[in-house]
Design a binder for this molecule. Sequence first.
Ligand code: G4P
Length: 529
Amino acid sequence: MSFTDEIAKRRTFGVIAHPDAGKTTLTEKLLLFGGAIQEAGAVKSNKIKKGATSDFMEIERQRGISVATSVLAFNYKDKKINILDTPGHKDFAEDTFRTLTAVDSVIVVVDVAKGVEEQTEKLVEVCRMRNIPMIVFINKLDREGKDAFDLLDEVEKKLDLKVTPLSFPIGMGYDFKGIYNIWEKNINLFSSDSKKNINDLITISDLSSDELDNLVGNSSADKLRDELELVEEIYPEFNREAYLSGELQPVFFGSALNNFGVRELLDCFVEIAPSPRPKDSDTRTVNPNEDAFSGFVFKIHANMDPKHRNRLAFVKIVSGTFEKNKAYMHVRLGKNLKFSSPNAFFAEKKEIVDISYAGDIVGLPDTGNFKIGDTLTEGEKMQFKGIPSFSPEHFRYINNADPMKSKQLEKGIDQLMDEGVAQLFTLEMNGRKVIGTVGALQYEVIQYRLEHEYGAKCTYENFSAFKACWVRPEDAKNEEFAEFKRVKQKFLARDKSGQLVFLADSEFSIQMTQSKFPTVKLTFVSENV
Ligand code: G4P
């Protein structure tokens, strides 16, 4: 197979959802279709049931050890499919946002009863801003839920999308009879025996014939006819270009648990989903078919087993091929590195491979060279853009609790920040260190990991801040910037890459600052991690 064919057959995507909508169940069913796993239950859910720290630690430990679940790959209908894990829990939101920079499309799972939930809104917003193609899967049709039209309406309004259903449910919950596949023009009748469904497709050439009545009963048949007429009236016809440019989102209905409607989703996905997309760097747009390799680190996974301390840096290949033992340039450090054991991912396993293609993810064992956002090339000096760093929601001073171990503490903090676990701010005034996180859980994780992986102890102290605002001094008038620095001295800090940050203590203070120093631009997202 030629180099361009290899790239064209890659489909790298993420499944996003609010916790409990059915992301894990759907992922598992997709893997079953790909023959990548043999039985249900093989994919471990990484959700946090009660938000308990012990749960969290256990999950972190498991994730640390079996990092392979971060990328699940399988072949289906001549396509190489890479599913990237995107944690739904809000304390991991940043991890998910970063992973979304490495996907070429997403599937959004929505619970038929709960409708569009908070995390889904946030994640879809990020995808929408980047014009990532999205397919919506409305799950749990075997349960009573919202009316299909109401749900489609809710998806459009709350997620600010333009949808078109490619399948439509026949009844719901107790009365769930099956799904009419608008895309393939056939009916899949529901039976909770999941093994049967796959072969039980009935092609309906004429919806007005008695055939439909015989299959689902008169009243359901009439209702479906009316509904499909309405669908045709209200929603635009599916158009692949519109889907690929993020302007139209097809919707499927089904029940992941019952493996129902999943094959339809997957068959349509492999047909319409994009192959690896071009990506912008600071100097130019890079196309996947370029001969020269390029890629970027979107995730770093620590191995929490103290006996094997190395980390794994996850690189999305943007262009060309990545080869074992070939020297690549680490642009930020300006040095060449070779990798003798790059990992590729297959189902739940990882294995060392000689060659990977644009669209694939490789895991590179790392002893501290990488941080999130780093670019690797064959020598070209460019940095991929778009890895966001959001303002944390929580802030605490971090103190050294064991003066004999200050080196270890420093190293530990440094490495945890490179992994993107939290953000470090150093106060301009006195050099004290403040840790900012998205969720409160992270503080315990950091404390635990510093102790178990680095042998260092820390304590925290309250630091009252509301948001971190990155300051753009290049736009500010000199005198105004100097005055801003003088007045806000107590609240100014540097982030890890040396950028100036204003740690505002309230929304009001941000507003006041902006009106008093209009040329000093404040932003809540930094793109240079
Ligand atoms: P998540 O990864 O998005 O957090 O969700 P997950 O797949 O773990 O599913 C959340 C719960 O919803 C699970 O039940 C799962 O069995 C159930 N579920 C998923 N798909 C369907 C479906 O199509 N129909 C119905 N009725 N339920 C579905 P749980 O009781 O929380 O977990 P478990 O103990 O069964 O694993």
